[in-house]
Design a protein around this ligand. Sequence first.
Ligand code: F6P
Length: 224
Amino acid sequence: MLQHGESMFNVSGQIGGDANLSTRGQAYARMLPELVKQSAGEGRNLTVWTSTLKRTIQTARHLTFEKLEWKALDELDSGVCDGLTYEEIEEKYPEDFRARDNDKYNYRYLGGESYRDVVIRLEPIIMELERAENVLIVTHQAILRCIYAYFMNIPQERSPWMEVPLHTLIKLTPKAYGTHEERLKADIPAVSTFRAKGSSAKHQEADSPGLGPMDEKKPVGEAK
Ligand code: F6P
């Protein structure tokens, strides 16, 4: 599973919306078939699940597998804050901004959703995933966190603060003793969309590409 490639909103630091991929996000989409081949192995037949938003559909564009769009995989609905930066949210809705930091799992955006709401709407997805094999999910930060927490057996209350970087494929394999995780990072930089508690700073450039502690494979360069 993976997040969509870097979007124009990721670059400007805006949340939500239905933005197109940035140039770097498009480059990531172009190299995704190669990255997937490295992770899943040559000739493996996968089914690709995307959300209904452009940034996930554009990310999966060059994959030749069967594709399915799920509304339930759309990003957490940020309601009245959709399209704002964290800085603007802190300015316009200071109490909400603090309330979200204090209880990010339960905080529901005005006119939008909480992580708890997302976990409920993901139930059918999780049920399908329990049955299915060889599924490649292309989705969004909050959604990925909740799916990841479920399969890694991490309490959902912790999911809102977990790091699921852009341009990184996370392969989860169920084993008898638990779920095995492998992260494969593409050699294409992207901003970090992780926001630390209390911060309203604009998205920063993520660390330079390379292998993280959980990685076992080499990063892949952009396909020519
Ligand atoms: O910034 C990218 C993004 O996917 C936003 O669209 C979304 O609101 C946010 O991440 C979710 O992350 P957090 O819950 O940490 O704000």
